[in-house]
Design a binder for this molecule. Structure first.
Ligand code: CUA
Length: 328
């Protein structure tokens, strides 16, 4: 049992937990550097204050004649040095932030819905879980997250990761777990009376164990297939198929493409464009089409939206029986 798992089961908290994801060492290095920098500055300033207080205290026979009227070199130093340090820290954090934003193309998608007060998760093959997340070791995993009600925040301290789930948006978070074991999962945004109970665990397994675990659940269609089934059962297919008499955009290959809009703008059909197109269809009407689509707001819950979005991201295959979700 590793240190993290011991922490989890014994219930004690340690000051420095060991990082268990690929991003953790970057975050820890940055945190350590900032701690050193701030400590050094605080010590320097406190030392100067105490030193001057002692040296120039009343009654002390220090030479006070001829005080310097300017100290150009010192002034330049205290402007230039902090600027260089701040720009350096900015560049460092920007690099880490970009690393955190760009999921590798082969990341395993896991869909997360936050709601008062639980985490609902679903893997690409359809296997669901609540308040637990099982992931393979040393493989990138991308969480595709949405909230059913208010803002929640998905927080895995051992992975040094936290991401808000914002109602009406899809947010993403990726990581590569680098240590086997079980790690705590928290909601880190106050979301109502049972916020403190919105906790769970992340279990990191060997790839073979994970594959076995994935197959062990009740046989369910994958998310893309569920999305396709919903596309038909919710009535979308009445308009969005070539055979339809209604003039509506075809959805095949739409995700990830640039879309020309009625008002002359061109936008990328990303997660949030597709979500809005379903819930607020009159917001960004595609060029050449009439704004006749009814809104599905209130008719589809977040889990259903995730199914539809997964199917759209997979290219909206008309025969979804064998399709898997392709990374973005
Ligand atoms: Cu969900 Cu706090």
């Amino acid at each position: 049992m590793n240190a993290q798992a011991a922490t989890l089961t014994s219930g004690t908290l340690t000051l420095f937990s060991q990082g268990a994801s690929s991003i953790a060492r970057h975050t820890d290095a940055l945190f350590g550097a900032m701690l050193l920098l701030c400590s050094a500055m605080a010590l320097l300033i406190a030392g100067l204050i105490i030193g001057f207080c002692v040296r120039y205290r009343r009654g002390n026979a220090t030479d006070r004649s001829n005080p310097p009227s300017n100290a150009r070199a010192l002034e330049i130093a205290w402007v230039v040095l902090p600027v260089l340090i701040f720009v350096g820290v900015f560049a460092w954090t920007t690099r880490d932030y970009l690393l955190l934003r760009a999921a590798p193309g082969d990341a395993l998608p896991v869909h997360v819905v936050g709601k008062q007060w639980m985490w609902k998760l679903q893997h690409a093959n359809g296997r669901r879980e609540i308040n637990t997340l099982h992931v393979p070791l040393n493989q990138p995993v991308e969480l595709i997250m949405a909230s059913q009600d208010v803002i929640h925040s998905f927080f895995i301290p051992a992975f040094r990761l936290k991401q808000d789930l914002v109602p009406g948006r899809t947010t993403r978070l990726w990581f590569t777990a680098t240590q086997l074991g079980e790690f705590r999962l928290f909601c880190a945004e106050y979301c109502g009376s049972e916020h403190a109970g919105m906790v769970g665990s992340v279990t990191v397994m060997t790839p073979a164990d994970y594959a076995r675990w994935l197959q062990a659940g009740p046989a369910e269609p994958g998310l893309v297939q569920q999305g396709f089934a919903l596309f038909r059962s919710a009535g979308c297919s009445g308009c969005h198929t070539a055979a339809s008499t209604v003039h509506a955009p075809l959805l095949q290959g739409l995700a990830g493409r640039m879309v020309h809009l009625q008002d002359g703008r061109t936008v990328l059909a990303d997660d949030n464009y597709l979500r809005d197109a379903i819930l607020q269809p009159h917001k960004d009407v595609a060029a050449g089409f009439a704004p006749v689509m009814p809104s599905y707001a209130g008719q589809l819950d977040e889990s259903q939206l995730q199914m539809l979005l997964a199917w759209l991201r997979a290219g909206a295959p008309a025969d979804a029986a064998t399709s898997a979700e392709t990374p973005r």
